[in-house]
Design a protein around this ligand. Structure first.
Ligand code: AMP
Length: 355
């Protein structure tokens, strides 16, 4: 038996009934509702104001009912209603961002996955402690600009979509740079980016086994980022910067990618280490997560970020991916979440996958 994440009291509203899968109508909600519906769960979409009209265009993913709130911040006021409906909230990136970490952590409705992960993900220093203590390679940090020995990226804390990130090709190029707020100076890793969608189940026995439970790879994408991805068309970046044009990293879409097969063992090893360490640190990162990193020309994988819940890149694979099809044809991350809840119920182990 694994680690219980949820108390008996927290699970009271979903005991002995078919739970309703609920999430905020945004980000990857269509996929979450679609997957829940296939697995036989009723669904509830939390929306700000009127139900979004574009949902009518996707009948297989439209939730059975909507719950409207004036703003996302009002969500804690409707938790009684959510509990009445036996809701299990599936958090996604926008959900946590719009609601705020504090309100999310204390929300009195069962949530899929381990909420304790938030404290480790939202603080860049704690995230680094977690990943580095797991033996994962991350881009170097330069506390002292004098130590810079190659290209760097300056990241301001809380810079949305990398707006305000600053690139410098070497130490000299950073001379005269005056930071305008709290920031880190990080090695700019040259290579190719991969965003790997994993799923950790503490209650599954087969497949790629970990100390407890098992690990699945459900898909992989690369983010389209404006304007950096196409900036080269205007000429050398240095010249552009002189002309006052700054690179930004605003995610505008996603493209599917696959990794050279010979690199898959390394990808699994990195993911396994991160999960195993999460079990020691805070009881485990349960469910979907995404490892975001850069493969260098020496085939070294450097992780610059981890997302600890379903990422929007999984929306590429609503009807399966080149990886998930080898587990079960048509398995999306949304459906995999619903499957985990189903198994948890059937085996009396919901407390291990909800918090
Ligand atoms: P982040 O806000 O840390 O997720 O970074 C946003 C984007 O900046 C990423 O998707 C990458 O394209 C790029 N990026 C972040 N860190 C690095 C790095 N250390 N080296 C190269 N590119 C990076």
């Amino acid at each position: 038996m694994g680690i219980p994440l949820a108390s008996e009291a927290r699970l009271e509203s979903v005991n002995g009934r078919t739970p309703t899968i609920a999430t905020l109508c945004s980000h990857s909600s269509l996929q979450i509702f679609h997957g829940a519906r296939i697995e036989g769960f009723p669904t509830l979409g939390i929306c700000v104001g009127s139900p979004p009209k574009f949902y009518d265009a996707f009948p297989l993913a439209r939730p059975d009912q909507f719950l409207s709130v004036p703003t996302v911040k009002d969500l804690p006021k409707v938790t009684d209603k959510l509990r009445e409906d036996g809701a299990i909230i599936v958090p996604h990136g926008s959900f946590v961002e719009y609601l705020g970490p504090e309100a999310f952590a204390t929300m009195d409705v069962p949530v899929f996955g381990n909420r304790a992960v938030l404290g480790w993900e939202s603080d860049r220093r704690k995230e680094r402690d977690w990943l580095e203590s797991a033996g994962v390679t991350m881009p170097k940090l330069f506390e002292d600009p004098k130590q810079i020995d190659g290209p760097v990226i300056v990241k301001y804390y809380g810079a949305k979509g990398g707006k305000g990130f600053f690139l410098a090709k070497n130490r000299e190029a950073l001379e005269g740079f005056h930071p305008t707020g709290p920031h880190v100076i990080q090695e700019y890793v040259l290579g190719t980016r991969y965003y790997m969608h994993f799923f950790y189940s503490p209650i599954t026995d087969g497949g790629y086994r970990l100390r407890e439970g098992s690990l699945e790879l459900l898909g992989m994408d690369r983010r389209d980022e404006a304007n950096i991805d196409e900036l080269y068309k205007l000429g050398a970046q240095e010249e552009l910067m002189k002309a006052g044009l700054r690179p930004t990293f605003v995610v505008t879409g996603n493209v599917p990618v696959i990794l050279r097969e010979s690199l898959l063992p390394r990808a699994f090893e990195v993911a396994a280490r991160i999960v195993e360490r999460s079990i020691d640190l805070f009881g485990g990162m349960v469910g979907p997560f995404c490892i975001e990193g850069i493969m260098t020309e020496d085939l070294e994988f450097k992780v610059f970020e981890i997302s600890t819940r379903i990422v929007a890149g999984t929306n590429l694979f609503i009807s399966g991916s080149p990886y998930s099809d080898l587990i079960e044809p048509g398995l999306s991350t949304g459906r995999r979440i619903a499957r985990e809840i189903k198994r948890g119920r059937a085996e009396g182990r919901l407390a291990e996958v909800l918090s």
